[in-house]
Design a protein around this ligand. Structure first.
Ligand code: PEP
Ligand code: MG
Length: 896
């Protein structure tokens, strides 16, 4: 029989699949002997069974009842006992942390009778008991019964106002709370048509069901989609004995990180809120104190907390994030997990922990996320004396410039229209998630570094400034005021998530430390992040099997790529060499040529220009392979637009002008017009139809290589023929072009050690007949842009219209133009690799589609046995890192 419920003493940290992250870590800490309140976990399997059946499996209820009985025994109290009640919290906790996306109910077990028992038990503290009760009604109403949160908030605000201007919730006394509870109960009844349930078992049953159901709530689904978390995991539910941080000034609650999650510094970090319950910290309801303040308030608990933090970090060998509560001077640990951190902190911590001997090099390498590396190269605000209008906490690094918006919906709508926006709120709630991820940056006037806004922003890599309390929001007037400056919706502001500064207008941005250090800046090279970057990248380079090349079309791009560690060019697209006034003229001459002589004359103009380009590229990449792709796009791209030209001709005629030249061009344009140019006369087909074209390009390439070789350089040339679908296409082209190359080199008296002919595999037919094609190719380079386009039948230029919906409905696990679709396109690649290698063991294999810079795709390329990946110059570091991680990851799994 399936076991649906586990006591904390029965689990451990490896059981995240079943117990969720929170449950598994609570179990681990319980078994480590840390002060965790007792409790039990209802498994994710129970959640899936619940959701499938639309109700709780009877065995689950039975088991939960049994565990509750044991919990009551352990605590020496019974749930809802009017004289000495046990209270519990019911907390969600999936395998992956989904901050604030699912539901939690606190103080469960209170009713009109047990609230008195609670007061007695707590030394007659009726105010405390009533406060717990009103919180419970509020949470239960909102979470379990969908009573609008505003209704309760509004009543609470009214109560505070009635007390005195500027009153906090802690200013409400016993009588105020008793009145408020009456009001809350009335609100509950109004919205649900029922009385607030008195029976604690009923409260528990309903709460567990609500938490399980929250797995499928909109917020949770949105979050999973954005973070690529499967819908099939389910959440666990933790039922935990309550401890109280709101029992006076010797109580409180907080969040602590064993190191600074923003910059990685090895110092404890966090927020503390005296006399409050856990949810208050995350919700940013009152501004929190920095954790260090706890040392003054309660040195004993602070010391204990530091000890626990140390124990946890040594145990998990990573930075831990801890939720704790102090109840009357006694410390309780309510949760721990591996802490989320910024991209910067991730590198600094991995490096420090490696230096400290806490982790080995491979582990340190796997600790950094290749998807976020680009963030570290992000620019910063260059303030140059500009004065900020407000300052908040530097909650998430990066600089953001955008139009001010005040609601998540507005942020989403404007961003969809192409605008850059900064979402400005008092604080955010999980309901704002869709707007937050659409914004360039987030600015809040309340809340600490662990408020919802800060946590989400850091996780998503969105710059954020939180708790900028000089900001006075006027939501009705759609504006805010800060230190005398008024900013209206639509005005542009700049926020600096590194410093917490907020500026009006668009400020200039400056290069990141890494970018400066890479360029040789001495002081940037002193910074720890540079040391971390160098050390871990060196390890990635040492571990990776695949080489990393860049897609670069010019000498400048090639130099940039080489500086970033590119080990060659995997794709030099030659089409730009046909652009520019002089060149387009010659290209048109080639297209219009009526005799071989006219065509040749055009090639004679183009040849020296192209040769010059190749010389620059071969010099920049001396000693490294350069794959040059012969012309790929359809010829009409070099001619004027058909419609515009037709209009020009018609208008000219109307005006009685001589339009004979335009008419001649139009005739040619019409002649070349294709209904479906992506599948038309392009790629190798061009080479076949216009043999002089590819011959000219091969001549230019080889003349350039000969020149660079004579200068003392070392060009390594790979000539690539695009869009091949059949072996004879490549065979015939090669038979025509290879002699041209050999002749040019012989004439120049130069020998190249490395001169290869190969093809792109970008047409499905080529992939599945790769064994035949490999016999006449020296290399394959997967053109996964076209392979994906033709494999799915998705136009790569138009997919933007529906790919979002496809992802949302999980029709594809990810945008297949970003991450290789393993079962389909990936399978074709695997077939082509295996059959190509079998037919030609010397064949070398690479990828030059956009996927070459996507970490998940790089991992796939490693697995399928490619020799290299090629990506845009700015992603070379990402690809190097991902390739190193793929090698370490596969070594790890092989040794398991
Ligand atoms: C490809 O199709 O993957 C490719 C690299 O070529 P292009 O993007 O130029 O079509
Ligand atoms: Mg292509």
């Amino acid at each position: 029989m399936t076991k649906y419920v586990y006591d904390f003493s029965e689990g451990n940290k490896e059981m995240k699949d079943l117990l969720g992250g929170k449950g598994a870590n609570l179990a681990e800490m319980t078994n480590m002997g840390l002060p965790v309140p007792p409790g039990f976990t209802i498994t994710t399997e129970a959640c899936l069974a619940f959701l499938a059946k639309g109700g709780a499996p009877p065995e689950m209820l039975e088991e939960a009842g049994e565990h509750l009985r044991r919990l009551e025994e352990a605590m020496g109290k019974a749930l809802g006992d009017p004289s000495d009640p046990l209270l519990v919290s019911v907390r969600s906790g999936a395998k992956f942390s989904m901050p604030g996306m699912m539901d939690t109910v606190l103080n469960l077990g209170l009713n009109d009778a047990s609230v008195k028992g609670l007061a007695e038990q707590t030394g007659g503290d009726m105010r405390f008991a009533l406060d717990a009760y009103r919180r419970f009604i509020q949470m239960f109403g909102k979470i379990v019964m969908d009573v609008p949160a505003d209704a309760f908030e509004h009543a609470l605000d009214e109560a505070k106002h009635a007390k005195f201007e500027g009153a906090q919730d802690t200013d409400l006394d016993q009588d105020d709370l008793a009145t408020l509870i009456e009001r809350f109960r009335a609100i509950y009844a109004e919205h649900t048509g029922e009385d607030f349930p008195k029976d604690p078992k009923e409260q528990l049953r309903l709460s567990i069901a609500a938490v399980l159901e929250s797995w499928n709530g909109k917020r949770a689904r949105d979050y999973r989609r954005q973070n690529k978390i499967s819908d099939d995991l389910g959440t666990a539910v933790n039922v935990v004995a309550m401890v109280f941080g709101n029992r006076g000034d010797d109580s409180g609650t907080g969040v602590a990180f064993t190191r600074d999650p923003a910059n990685g510094d090895r110092v404890p970090y966090g927020d503390y809120l005296p006399n409050a319950q856990g949810e208050d910290v995350v919700a940013g309801i009152r501004n929190t104190l920095p954790l260090a303040k706890l040392e003054e308030l309660d040195p004993v608990s602070y010391g204990e907390l530091l000890q626990v933090m140390h124990t946890l970090e040594m145990h998990y060998r990573d930075m831990c994030d801890i939720e704790f509560t102090i109840e009357k001077g006694r410390l309780w640990i309510l949760q721990t997990r591996i802490g989320k951190r910024t991209a910067l902190a991730e590198w600094v911590m991995a490096f420090d922990m490696l230096e400290e001997g806490l982790v080995d090099e491979d582990t340190a390498l796997l600790r950094v996320d290749a998807n976020r590396l680009e963030e570290l190269f992000k620019r910063r605000v260059k303030a140059d004396g500009a004065s900020p209008i407000a300052k908040g906490l530097n909650a998430s690094p990066g600089a953001a410039i955008g139009e001010v918006v005040f609601t998540a919906d507005e942020a989403e709508a404007r961003a969809k229209g192409g605008a850059r926006v900064v979402l400005v709120r008092r604080e955010t709630t999980p309901d704002d998630y869709h707007g937050m991820i659409a914004a360039q940056g987030i600015l809040t006037s309340a809340g600490g570094t662990n408020s919802h806004a800060a946590v989400v922003a850091r996780g998503e890599g969105i710059p954020a400034v939180c708790g900028a309390d000089a900001i006075r929001l006027d939501l009705a007037g759609k504006r805010f005021e800060a230190n005398g400056t008024t900013v209206a919706e639509g005005d542009v502001i700049t926020i600096d998530g590194f410093t917490g500064d907020v500026y009006v207008g668009e400020l200039p941005l400056e290069e990141s430390v890494l970018e400066k250090a890479r360029a040789g800046d001495a002081s940037a090279r002193e910074e720890k992040i540079w040391g971390a970057f160098e050390r871990l990248m060196a390890h990635a380079d040492a571990r990776r099997r695949m080489r990393v090349r860049a897609n670069a079309d010019t000498p400048d791009q090639s130099t940039n790529a080489r500086e970033r560690g590119a080990e060659g060019i995997g794709l030099c697209r030659t089409e730009h060499m046909f652009l520019g006034e002089e060149r387009v003229e010659a290209v048109r001459q080639m297209i219009f040529a009526e005799t071989p002589e006219q065509e040749q004359a055009a090639y004679d103009v183009l040849l020296p220009l192209q040769r010059g380009d190749f010389v620059g590229i071969f010099r920049a990449m001396s000693g490294l392979p350069v794959t040059v792709r012969l012309l790929d796009p359809p010829l009409h791209e070099f001619l004027p637009n058909q419609v515009e030209l037709a209009v020009e001709v018609a208008l000219g005629k109307e005006r009685g002008e001589d339009v004979s030249e335009q008419e001649r061009v139009l005739r040619k344009v019409n002649e070349l017009h294709e209904a479906n140019p992506m599948l038309g006369l392009r790629g190798v087909r061009l080479g076949i139809v216009k043999p002089g074209l590819y011959a000219m390009q091969v001549r230019a390439i080889c003349e350039a290589a000969a020149q660079v070789k004579k200068e003392g350089g070392d060009p390594k040339v790979e000539i690539m023929i695009p869009l091949v679908a059949t072996r004879p296409e490549l065979e015939q082209m090669r038979a025509e072009l290879e002699p041209v190359a050999r002749q040019v080199l012989a004439d120049a008296g130069v020998e190249l050690e490395h001169l290869e002919f190969g093809t792109m595999i970008e047409v499905p037919r080529a992939a599945v007949t790769a064994g035949e094609i490999a016999e006449v190719a020296d290399f394959f380079s997967f053109g996964t842009n076209d392979l994906t386009q033709m494999g799915f039948g998705f136009s790569r230029d138009d997919i933007g219209k529906f790919v979002g919906m496809y992802e949302e409905r999980k029709l594809v696990p990810a945008n297949p133009f970003v991450t290789v679709d393993r079962p389909g396109i990936g399978r074709m690649m695997a077939i082509a690799c295996a059959e190509g290698k079998a037919a030609n063991p010397n064949l070398h294999l690479g990828i030059c589609g956009e996927h070459g810079g996507d970490p998940a795709s790089v991992t796939f390329c490693h697995e399928v046995g490619l020799d290299y990946v090629s990506c845009s110059p700015f992603r070379v570091e990402t690809a190097r890192l991902a390739a190193g991680q793929a090698a370490v990851g596969s070594a790890e799994s092989a040794s398991k």
